[in-house]
Design a protein around this ligand. Sequence first.
Ligand SMILES: CC(=O)N[C@H]1[C@@H](O[C@@H]2[C@H](O)[C@H](O)[C@@H](O)[C@H](O)[C@H]2O)O[C@H](CO)[C@@H](O)[C@@H]1O
Ligand SMILES: [Zn+2]
Length: 288
Amino acid sequence: MTELPERRLMLVHAHPDDESINNGATMARYTAEGAHVTLVTCTLGERGEVIPPELRHLSGPALGGHRLGELREAMAALGVTDFRLLGGAGRYSDSGMMGLPDNDDPGCFWQADVDQAAGLLAEVVLDVRPQVLVTYDDNGGYGHPDHIQAHRVATRAVELAAGRGWDVPKVYWNRIPRSVAEEAFARLERDLHALPFDKSASVQDVPGVVDDGRITTAVDGTAYAGAKAAAMRAHATQITVADQPYFVLSNELAQPLFTTEYYELVRGERPAGREDDLFAGVATGAAS
Ligand SMILES: CC(=O)N[C@H]1[C@@H](O[C@@H]2[C@H](O)[C@H](O)[C@@H](O)[C@H](O)[C@H]2O)O[C@H](CO)[C@@H](O)[C@@H]1O
Ligand SMILES: [Zn+2]
């Protein structure tokens, strides 16, 4: 077995694109600093909408394979080489937005047996032995069934791995401090006229916004802003990125592109003040 670097970060996401939107700068920074970054994506996003008219023919079952290609391109932009589909490509399909009949598809992630899926993820945890794992909060950030399920499966996988030889020292949820979101949207209102977008989202539309007091960690990824934007652009069916740090999803509502990425520590000793490093306070060391 090859020896892994001393610092190992694992991220668990629902669809191809979530990793770049939420953690692109973090992934690029830690990869550049020599940490091992492992991404596990739970579905291929087969039920996504397609933004560019010239790609609209990809809507439907073929979209999953195309989005896997987008994911590969995004990982190349971030320098991440270890990215995996939970249970293998196509094991769990995209469940669609909450409340749609798609949620009842027996093969979709929302219908997955959580313990079974967590067992598959625990195998990856035991393989990588991360000191840090990042996922969504219990509402999946914004209530999408695949995001909620990713939270549940990741949380259960950490429990299973702890009983099988690897206790993940730190688990974080993706967050954005309310004051930062409000300031960014105020700036967006001033900049909107110069953007290729007509409408702006609002703070309430952004996943994971919480009061500043819940934020434990801010990772400054400013130096990796270009890599994050390139990774988001790689997901061209889902995201349109402006020349300035703003983007839209298929709902065409502009929102800020953050290059300082924020987290809430939910497993591990909560720091007295705000951390600037996900690995703060953990013993690191090679794993083999
Ligand atoms: C960022 C994210 O989680 N995207 C999901 C989401 O896509 C949204 C959905 O199509 C919604 O109807 C649109 O208004 C919104 O703009 C989209 O971002 O859900 C998709 C279907 O489950 C999923 O494929 C996509 O990755
Ligand atoms: Zn998603």
